[in-house]
Ligand binder design. Structure first.
Ligand SMILES: NC(=O)c1ccc[n+]([C@@H]2O[C@H](COP(=O)([O-])OP(=O)(O)OC[C@H]3O[C@@H](n4cnc5c(N)ncnc54)[C@H](O)[C@@H]3O)[C@@H](O)[C@H]2O)c1
Ligand SMILES: [Zn+2]
Length: 368
């Protein structure tokens, strides 16, 4: 990536019935945050929320850029990792913001992966009953998925993302350069969400990914257009069903019913989210063959594509499968005992159905 010249900034305009915000995608944006934010925000004080890994890498540069543009940022750092996504942490962050004198005119910047995006968004949603939120996602997963759509949340002992709010950001800034320091496993897991988007909405992107060369996957021009494409796919689905009411937004959960259960069964340690999702996608394809007429050859193409990005498509032999079924019951998609499951009839399309039985899911997991 270093040998290639930086790409210029492109903008994806996101809008729904009640919101509108731009996503800037380019290289070198980390050092331009201050002047970019000036165009969108009137307040001067802000919380710059980040995690312990990202702080060391980028916080100083963002801080400097904000200060030079006349902002007064208060840096708040929380320990890296999913375990920080708690109400307790939200309380501690809000306390620090109060002590720093942040008020209704202030705003929150989340600088980090999906964990930071989710918790900073939730803080922004509740602080003084809601202040603006700016996302600077630093993981591929956060760029193509969690920073778009306005869902914010924290976890409880009972499950993930059970407490949260819908709070759309005012601005999202994706600097491709920050991905250089992302560990390979983290980078690859972003592709699970990208492949999911291709399966549910974009057969052409699926083809592009099939010819994607491993070495070019960090090439900025290719990444820029891929990230922008994924932002648009997610934003279009969200715009049709922002609050997840009509079932349209639910298609973004393709692969997630089983994926979440696998994540939980592995105590959130064995698999990264994208890795568990990869297995969940394979299971959802098996269910789709049975319930939606997916051609087995297409399922094989999906498996092949996931493997290209070193994502798991089989479960380790010693994995406690029974735990997966126990974990399934906690899934929010099992509303009133009824299973709502997203299937794909062919690559590029998906729909929500209630025709799937627990037995179908059990069989699909058994095949993993
Ligand atoms: N709100 C939504 O719509 C939505 C959608 C998908 C996922 N999520 C949430 O996102 C979270 C997962 O996101 P994630 O995978 O980004 O996790 P994460 O935020 O924990 O980041 C993964 C790891 O990479 C590190 N990191 C981040 N950027 C880096 C960089 N540029 N260089 C080096 N290290 C870097 C982080 O410190 C962390 O250790 C989950 O909590 C999930 O629930 C939310
Ligand atoms: Zn996901």
């Amino acid at each position: 990536m270093d040998s290639v010249s930086p790409v210029s900034v492109t903008v994806a305009e996101i809008h729904g019935a009640t919101y509108r915000y731009p996503v800037l995608v380019g290289s070198g944006l980390i050092d331009q945050v201050g002047r970019r934010v000036l165009k969108f925000i009137r307040g001067k004080t802000c919380a710059l929320l980040t995690d312990s890994n990202v702080e060391l890498l980028f916080a100083r540069r963002v801080n400097r850029s904000l200060t030079s543009a006349g902002f007064k940022p208060t840096l708040i750092t929380i320990p890296a990792g999913e375990k920080s996504k708690t109400l307790k942490q939200v309380g501690a962050i809000c306390e620090q913001m109060i002590i720093a004198g942040l008020d209704r005119q202030s705003f929150v910047i989340g600088l980090g992966g999906g964990v930071i995006g989710d918790i900073s968004g939730f803080v922004a949603a509740i602080y003084h009953r809601g202040i603006p939120h700016i996302q600077i996602p630093t993981s591929l997963l956060a760029m193509v998925d969690s920073s778009i759509g306005g869902k914010t949340a924290v976890n409880t002992a009972e499950g993930k993302n059970l407490i949260g709010a819908v709070h759309q950001p005012s601005l999202v800034i994706d600097d491709l350069n920050v991905l250089k320091t992302l560990p390979r496993r983290e980078f690859n897991q972003g592709f699970a969400e990208i492949i999911k988007h291709a399966i549910i909405a974009d057969a052409k992107m699926f083809k592009t990914l099939q010819s994607w060369k491993a070495r070019s996957s960090r090439q900025p021009l290719a990444l820029q257009s891929l990230i922008k494409r994924n932002i648009k796919i997610k934003a279009a689905v969200v715009a049709r069903d922002e609050r997840d009411r009509s079932g349209e937004r639910a298609i973004l959960n393709f692969g997630h019913t089983v994926g979440h259960a696998i994540e939980r069964a592995g105590n959130y340690r064995k698999f990264l989210h994208g890795e568990a999702l990869s297995l969940g996608i394979v299971a959802a394809c098996a269910v789709s063959i049975k319930r939606a007429g997916l051609a087995p050859g297409q399922r094989d193409a999906v498996i092949d594509l996931l493997q290209r990005f070193d994502l798991p498509t089989r479960m380790p032999k010693n994995f406690p499968r029974e735990k997966i079924f126990k974990a399934l019951k906690f899934d929010k998609k099992f509303e009133a005992g009824k299973i709502r499951f997203v299937v794909t009839p062919r690559i590029g399309a998906a729909f929500l159905t209630t025709d799937v039985t627990l037995e179908d899911i059990r069989d699909a997991v058994g095949e993993l």
